[in-house]
Design a protein around this ligand. Structure first.
Ligand code: IVH
Length: 727
């Protein structure tokens, strides 16, 4: 007979769960080959959270639950680097690269040759991570102690709380992995933090949606993100960290202990770090040049930005002999790719009036082919930028496409073949659409149209309202909105342009209002006395089918849910996530409107600036009227409503213990509203146990049967559709 098996202690259970989670994080975030889905991962995480909540004494800083922890209170502490973080000298062509290699060989012993490690030059910011024995961690393991930005190279900022949220950075490395990698318990890793292109685009969409200026490029966005004082926000952004150096930081400081850079990369990889897969070791400069060629071709296909190739002498002993110049190592060099730029002529400047009234000058260019795409528009940002460039219409300009979304003009080109233009760019003093005098607030660079009824702004508001991530009204695109507003669609740019928030009108010609508008506000979309079948059919090129489909889409959007309505109102700083958090917290638009700034800051992630913007928004009469009209016309501003059957269909829940905010009834109602079932007892058929304070035997039973355990936040996330249901 087998000996009676003892139940694992909470400590053992916690450690087992942590090991599992670390393993899956490594598979997902470093190796990019997960073996379980997000849902299963979340369930493990929730199990760990529940256990840790029940045994808070067992929580350690290297637990996978501790990625988003405390906030830095008064900004970031300045701390010195263990050794300076140097930058690199640059080479811009093959000759400069060969000259560098000659210097390397000259610096070595006679007849000695060098091998070179070629790495992609990731366009982010460098970071130093300190690892060492953790206070509560098991013996011979290394835990992340701190993360420091490069700063001026000697002194950086301690951004540990944000660094912890980066999933490809291990918080904990176990003894076996350390031994396999040949790493001591105390060491320092350096590498590059990057914001992948997709995350960059998403971040900018959210910023624009919240009325903020988009970040110029992924590097700036990454730098801004790592210095954000809200670890929560950092966690959402999905930064990645690529490790490329390891230093020993206990005894022998200054000496690298792994004999080759190529081996250091391998060691980092085996210790669980994300190491860029494209690094290669070669023996000749011709091979380096071949790698550069390949990298340039690769550039457009990578999910992150690179701006060159870094070439390092492989042998650390050789590195040591070569040493440093003033600020850069002699044993490495950065080969910089030429900027993706072209020269073309500025034909005209258009002034776009956005949803917020901001007027943006946009350069209309003679189309030019740059780095794989045809560019015919570039942003001029604002009046200051036009002055800085000193650009005139007719000028030839240099246009650059960086990691930026929108190409930008970097300078005016002036030579025999590129004569200067003649026509001065005149920034309008009044709105090109409604003629209201433009206003610039103190300390701001942007001119704005402050007419709340400006057709260009209304157009922007309507397009934003109908956007897929907002109320998702199919068929309410640029030309339809223009028609509804009585504007000529042809004057408003073509529908293929990516811009959905602004209107292009030339400086000279405001669009001609050639018909009485059908609607004058967002609420009018829902008012069938104003917008109906007859009026739609009377418009150009709109048949019965199109009219009916549009009306059906508009009606359907009434049930889009509070979060989307909130987002659609276009309150400054209230993007998708903030809107969701507010909706979850307040449950109704009325409750939100009644909230004071203080009440608002009680919501996770809502700071005083956001709270103030919300209060201000609802204090404006026009906005109050809009909300009242929307409600009167049947737009649901009460609870999140989704088509029943999507989120929790087929799932059985059991509730136990006291949840922090939801009553048992409320939790049950919300689960059922999403198509889930709530039963009284835990069995094999139970999918989730929702456990609160003082959960008793049901929690034990669930753990025994391997039923996934959720806490209230996890349940709310599930209800909000954040975690996809298991297939
Ligand atoms: S090695 C002392 N390797 O480029 C050597 N740097 O222009 C320091 N960078 O400050 C850096 N990818 O931020 C190295 N594979 C790579 C890199 C890389 C990007 C950045 C790093 C550095 C800058 C120098």
């Amino acid at each position: 007979m087998a000996p009676a098996q003892q139940d694992p202690s909470p400590d053992q259970q916690i450690n087992a769960l942590r090991d599992q989670l670390r393993h899956h994080e490594h598979l997902y975030y470093v190796l990019d080959s997960p073996v379980i889905d997000d849902f299963a991962y979340d369930a493990l995480m929730n199990q760990l959270k529940a256990l840790e909540a029940a045994h808070p004494g067992l929580i350690t800083p290297d637990s996978p639950t501790q990625r988003v922890g405390g906030k830095p209170k008064d900004g970031f502490l300045k701390v010195p680097h263990s050794r300076p973080m140097l930058s690199l000298d640059n080479a811009y062509n093959a000759d400069e690269l060969r000259a560098w290699a000659d210097r390397v060989v000259a610096g070595l012993a006679h007849g000695e040759t060098a091998r070179y490690v070629c790495e992609l030059k990731l366009d982010g910011l460098s970071l130093a991570l300190q690892y060492g024995p953790g206070e509560k961690a098991a013996a011979h393991t290394a835990v992340l102690l701190s993360g420091i930005t490069r700063g001026d190279g000697s002194i950086g900022e301690d951004v540990t709380s944000n660094v912890r949220t980066i999933r490809s950075i291990p918080l904990h490395i176990n003894a076996k992995a350390l031994a396999q990698a040949g790493l001591p318990q105390t060491f320092e890793v350096r590498g590059e933090v990057v914001l992948p292109q997709k995350a960059f685009e998403k971040m900018n969409e959210e910023r624009v949606a919240a009325g903020m200026a988009p970040a110029a490029n992924p590097r700036n966005a990454a730098a801004g993100t790592i210095r954000t004082l809200e670890p929560n926000i950092v966690a959402q952004r999905r930064l990645e960290f690529f490790a490329y150096f390891v230093l020993r930081s206990d005894e022998n400081a200054g000496d690298s202990f792994i004999p080759r850079q190529s081996e250091a990369l391998a060691a980092l990889r085996s210790a669980g770090f994300l190491v860029n897969q494209h690094a290669t070791t070669v023996s000749t400069i011709d091979d380096v040049l071949a790698f550069i060629d390949t990298a340039e071709k690769l550039r457009g296909t990578l999910p992150y930005e690179i701006d060159g190739v870094v070439i390092k002498v492989d042998a650390i002993a050789q590195q040591r002999r070569l040493g440093f110049t003033g600020k850069a190592p002699r044993w490495a060099i950065a080969y910089k790719f030429p900027a993706r730029a072209g020269i073309t002529q500025l034909e005209d400047v258009l002034f776009q009036v956005g949803r917020t009234g901001k007027v943006t000058p946009v350069a209309a260019l003679t189309p030019v082919f740059i780095g794989g795409t045809t560019v015919s528009r570039a942003t001029l940002h604002n009046a200051d930028e036009i002055a800085r460039l000193g650009v005139r219409i007719g000028d030839f300009v240099s246009v650059e496409r960086g990691g930026d979304v929108i190409p930008k003009i970097t300078e005016v080109v002036e030579d025999a073949t590129h004569p200067r233009g003649t026509q001065e760019i005149i920034f309008p003093i009044s709105c090109p659409v409604c003629s209201t005098l433009l206003v610039k607030q103190e300390g701001e660079v942007d001119w704005r149209c402050i007419n709340d009824s400006c057709p260009a702004r209304l157009r922007g508001e309507l397009l934003f309202w109908s956007a897929r991530s907002v109320m998702n009204i199919e068929g309410l695109g640029k030309s339809m909105v223009a028609q509804l507003l009585g504007q000529s669609a042809s004057l408003l740019g073509d529908d293929n342009e990516e811009d959905t928030t602004a209107e292009a009108v030339t400086a000279e010609g405001a669009p001609i209002l050639f018909r009485e508008p059908i609607i004058r506000s967002i609420a009018d979309l829902y008012d069938r006395a104003k917008l109906n079948r007859e009026k739609l059919i009377a418009l150009d090129r709109i048949g019965e089918k199109t009219a009916d489909a549009l009306l059906a889409q508009i009606d359907r959007s009434k049930e889009a849910g509070l979060a989307r309505v909130l987002m659609g109102l276009g309150i400054r700083f209230v993007g998708e996530r903030t809107a969701q958090l507010l909706a979850q917290h307040f449950g109704s638009l009325d409750a939100l409107i009644a909230a004071s700034a203080e009440d608002l800051t009680a919501v996770n992630e809502v700071g005083p600036r956001v709270a103030e913007a919300i209060v201000e928004f609802f204090a404006i009469e026009k906005n109050g009227q809009l909300v009242a009209d929307l409600k009167r016309l049947g737009v649901n501003t009460v609870a999140e409503r989704k088509v029943i059957g999507t989120a929790l269909t087929g799932l059985t829940f059991v509730l136990t213990g006291t949840l922090p905010t939801l009553t048992r009834e409320a939790a049950k109602a919300r689960i059922e509203a999403e198509g889930g079932k709530v039963s009284g007892a835990v069995s094999k058929k139970t999918d989730y146990l929702v456990a609160g304070e003082e959960a008793g035997s049901k929690l034990d039973k669930a753990t025994q049967l391997g039923v996934k355990v959720l806490d209230e936040p996890a349940l709310l996330a599930l209800l909000a559709g954040e975690a996809p249901p298991a297939s």
